[in-house]
Design a protein around this ligand. Sequence first.
Ligand SMILES: Cc1cc2nc3c(=O)[nH]c(=O)nc-3n(C[C@H](O)[C@H](O)[C@H](O)COP(=O)(O)OP(=O)(O)OC[C@H]3O[C@@H](n4cnc5c(N)ncnc54)[C@H](O)[C@@H]3O)c2cc1C
Length: 546
Amino acid sequence: MRFKWMGLIGWLWLLGCGGGSQPTSDAGPQPLDGDPADSGQADSGQEDAWPGNDAGPRLPELQCEVAIVGGGAAGVHTAYRLAPMLNERVCLFEKENRLGGRIYDIPRDPMDPSSPRYGAGALRIMEGQSVVFGLARELGVELQMPERQASIIQARGLFSTSAEAFVPRYPGLMAHSSGDTETALYETLLDASNRMRATMYPDFRSYVRGIVGAPAYDFLRDMSRFRADFEAPLDARGYLDYLAEEWDVCCTPSYPVGGMSELIRRMADRIRMNRGRIFLEEPVLSIESRAGGGYRLLTTAHEVIARKVVIAVSPLALRRIEGSIAQRIREAPEFQAILPIPVVVVTQWWDRAWWRDLRVPPMGSDPERGVWRAWTSDHCVNFVEFPLHQYGVDQRVTRSVYDDGIRCVEFWKATYESGGIAAVEAEVQRGLEFLFRRNGVTMPAEITIPRPLRTHFQYWPDAWHWLRAGSRVTNRRVFEWAVAPLGSGEEVALVGEAYNLNRSGWSDGAYKSSINLLNSRYGFSLPLGDGMPIRGGRVPWHERGK
Ligand SMILES: Cc1cc2nc3c(=O)[nH]c(=O)nc-3n(C[C@H](O)[C@H](O)[C@H](O)COP(=O)(O)OP(=O)(O)OC[C@H]3O[C@@H](n4cnc5c(N)ncnc54)[C@H](O)[C@@H]3O)c2cc1C
């Protein structure tokens, strides 16, 4: 009986029902799973279904000191730090056939393993992210720090390289005397006397409207490349705590040669060098306490006995793990306060870098520039990004869609599900032409956009996480709770970006969450990074962020 039960669950995983961040690819439509609107209360323990309760044939048993569930940045980093001490007593289980999770770099030539890769998830490290810089240095990863180029914004019938040009299009919005209304509005939102009142507002949207007014809310939403910040039901205080830290995520991006996954690959090599054990394509299905102490985990291939468990999966993925340990974590208010944000990313490879022809003529003190990014509120292509660093430039690749707008994510999902990659390509083509043909800003006015060589569609049901509106906990509380979500009597912890809401959307958040656990419960004293010096003076909002 045990074997049959295991087989059924295993099959469900293999059929793709088990993935939180299940990638979808260029192969054609695939089922998309994960309902980000659900709260984390669905499962019901499954005590009876636990295979220890019946008498069927056993899976091979595996003894581990620490079992790590999930091989994203946080899980791999935790194993990397523990492996030199614990060797084969560290076991890491990853459900996919690759490590990295939301750090997912795709080779230009899928048939060539040495082919250069481009990210469908994480791409860069920003100034101030000293923990990631330190890790890259420790692992010998080469970073490229290219010069930034122009950004094109489109909203309310206008194209411009400057957010300030849009102010008159928002009746009721006053231009700020500094000439940078957008940054001044963010400063007002972050002002200490306003932040003190954040808990009086039901969510961040109403906080923005209440503090700076409805026209300013519309302006900030349209000027932002990321729309979920303004559309999703986010806790006002939680988002402001995040924003205060995000203010220091600035200015010049650095890109690892090999992609962000180069850090993951090098950590994995060292885990294996230290005899740590990594199990790929082996999802953890269930986690239970064990009568004699410790924990028993069921994977698709092993019954694992572990003294300690580190759960390094997102909340959506945790909802799919059976057993009383996962169930008890899901019941916590801290867990239920975490809101996943879905995102769509479309990556395209081309035979020629057509976007390199685009120039923004010199304006005032600005010299002639190329184009880096473009975003629009009038087409779901929203946010297009061209690589600046040589490693990316050489791949002739673009991130043609990067969208977290609620309506647009639904639109792209529906387009992909109904028409496959061909429908996505046709819609992206329309969006690129809308953005770059006769926009009145870039030269030449007429530009021919060829057909891409290849397109990869990626739906992330839980790209990043914030505190849900109406939560009774804070970001800090979630961060501290995660090191011992069932109390200090249990050797169970959670690590990952989702449990470090102040660093939402950054691998920096995942690494810091892992460091927080290692320092507080495993005797390490790794630097948590209080930020590196960033460019002094007043930095416009546009130079910050993801
Ligand atoms: C589109 C996008 C752009 C981003 N851009 C950047 C950027 O430029 N720079 C940056 O630093 N960060 C960026 N990030 C954020 C960064 O990628 C994430 O914060 C980080 O990778 C999260 O790591 P994690 O370990 O917390 O979780 P994840 O990466 O989600 O890892 C969890 C792992 O657990 C596995 N898993 C799930 N369930 C099970 C199970 N039952 N058993 C075993 N394994 C399981 C998953 O397959 C996954 O590998 C971006 C993210 C996205 C989505």
